[in-house]
Design a binder for this molecule. Sequence first.
Ligand code: IPM
Ligand code: MG
Length: 365
Amino acid sequence: MSKTHSMLILPGDGIGPEAMIEVKKIVTWLEENKDIKFDLSEDHVGGRAYDEYGTSLADHTLEKAKEVDAVMFGAVGGPKWDGVAYDKRPEAGLLKLRKELNLFANLRPAMCFEPLVDASSLKPELVSGLDIMIVRELTGGVYFGEPRGITELSNGQRRGVNTQVYETYEIHRVAHVAFDLARKRNGHVTSVEKANVMESGLLWREEVNVIAKDYPDVKLEHMYADNCAMQLVRTPKQFDVILTDNLFGDMLSDIAAMLTGSLGMLPSASLGEAGKGALYEPVHGSAPDIAGKGIANPIATILSFAMALRYTFDEPLAADLIENAVNEVLANNIRTADINQPGMTLVSTGEMGSHIVAAMEKLSN
Ligand code: IPM
Ligand code: MG
């Protein structure tokens, strides 16, 4: 008998819940047609959790997240919670989940689906065949460094402080993830920091060099973050695996996402030590401006679920099936608003999900 996969669904805010409904359609289809069994639970996170529980991540939700095989996360945040205390803001719930589950490696693949080459803001020849894996460090750096805060100075000025800090082990463990992935891909790691300005960047560079010695078969290149941003929009196909810190990874992955046509296409996996803890979420945010209208693109969330099938549930065939189905639907010119172009069929969030399920059905026959 196959194993039952336990998964906690945290739809969150904005377009998170709409996109998650489409994931649930796929879960149901897999259960009914592929005999893959899930033990699903669901809870609130972010602003919705603040409204329900008075905090953006309740203790019982965190406990559940630690018990399950994987967390499927939607998105958090929105103007409704702008006035909420800083430590209770929706984003704090996500950051706490990452930290408490020790999800230090964030994998953000930027792949250009062939039918979308014209949707990119770059020329088709620059993005056709694009396949980059960004490995973003996720539990350290300036996101979590101490000291931090805003203080009042005696001269009436205020002072805001955040600290960029990395220790050897944090760099080593995420570097291993990047080099291991590069081995299974095109054997090229680009490590990104600002060693020309920041000591933490210099340490990053030196410690990545230490790990590189274990991988003589992988080519390592170092690049400053500003140059990397420029290179990503100049010749993105030069990259295979980009290894970088929490803040630079946040920014560079938004750039990489847009190369693929839309931020609505990019999934991610956040992983801890082998087999311990995993969270899957789209790279895009809660998009409050379009929430509730049924026009959001559910593909990034659906592809995040495909990553869960691949990296946590050990169901690579189901993951392939979802990815192929997405490609098929796009090839049939079905588009949500964010990737729509003249002559294409514009569909709603729910229709996009149903088309993907139908394509899964068709591809399995
Ligand atoms: C991301 C998001 C988050 C981050 C926010 C929502 C806290 O932008 O996952 O890229 O900055 O890490
Ligand atoms: Mg971001």
